[in-house]
Design a protein around this ligand. Structure first.
Ligand code: G6P
Ligand code: MG
Length: 219
């Protein structure tokens, strides 16, 4: 049996709702390219890296492009997305997130970010939650995207916790898989239908308390 020493949080969909901005920016790109991109399509991009997201988008539109053109489109999408997240503030922190981050800190747990996003720092700073983190691992510090465990393995090392002492909070299947491959416990944020591989699933961090982590440590 191990005790929990660290909580590792995904960003998009766990601490803040940026999926709507990703959607608007990808939709603008799809509109320009001349095909429809629905909110249901957008579900497939959650937790997926920027370039892999573009590949999925282009496959929906039945479009094939060379690398240079793909880079250009990804940069265009990101410029629109960046404009939107630049206007974010603390009101966009998801319900219960701040309270749970604070409860983790009050209980002496280390707190780390494990996000695929290269824009994570902008979002953390604009919403004011940067000071809650002992370690921040984002898309600028990783080479392999989830479901590769790299982002969580780096976070655990930076806060000095062994994998079995870590709990990952994730809203995407690829993130749950990454946590599992890292040998960590995992709480799904969202629906049990898609996140069945987590130790347990809650609808938001508003349903989380540190005492709920005690049960996980023996599983
Ligand atoms: C998160 C989001 C994805 C996004 C990825 C990269 O994982 O869930 O939808 O594609 O980050 O984000 P970025 O800000 O680097 O484009
Ligand atoms: Mg996410």
């Amino acid at each position: 049996m191990s005790t929990i020493k660290a909580c590792l949080f995904d960003l998009d969909g766990v601490l803040v709702d940026t999926a709507k901005y990703h959607y608007l920016a990808w939709k603008q790109l799809a509109d320009e390219l001349g095909f429809d991109f629905t909110e249901q399509d957008n579900e497939r991009l959650k937790g997926v890296s920027r370039m892999a997201s573009l590949d999925i988008l282009l496959s929906i539109g039945g479009i094939e492009l060379d690398e240079a053109k793909k880079q250009e489109l990804a940069e265009r999408k990101n410029a629109w997305y960046f404009e939107m997240i630049s206007k974010m503030d603390a009101s966009e922190i998801l319900p219960g997130a701040l309270e749970f981050l604070q409860e983790c800190r009050d209980n002496g747990l280390k707190v780390a970010l494990g996000s695929a996003s290269k824009n994570a720092m902008t979002i953390l700073n604009n919403t004011g939650i940067t000071p809650y983190f002992d370690a921040i691992i984002d898309g600028t510090r990783t080479t392999a995207a989830k479901p590769d465990p790299e982002v969580f393995t780096l976070g655990a090392a930076e806060v000095g916790a062994a994998p079995e002492e870590c709990v990952v909070f994730e809203d995407a299947e690829a993130g749950i898989e990454a946590a599992r491959r890292a040998g960590m416990h995992c709480v799904g944020i969202g629906s049990a239908e898609t996140l069945g591989k987590a130790d347990f699933v809650v609808s938001s961090l508003g349903d989380m308390t540190v005492s709920r982590l005690t049960g996980i440590a023996v599983s």
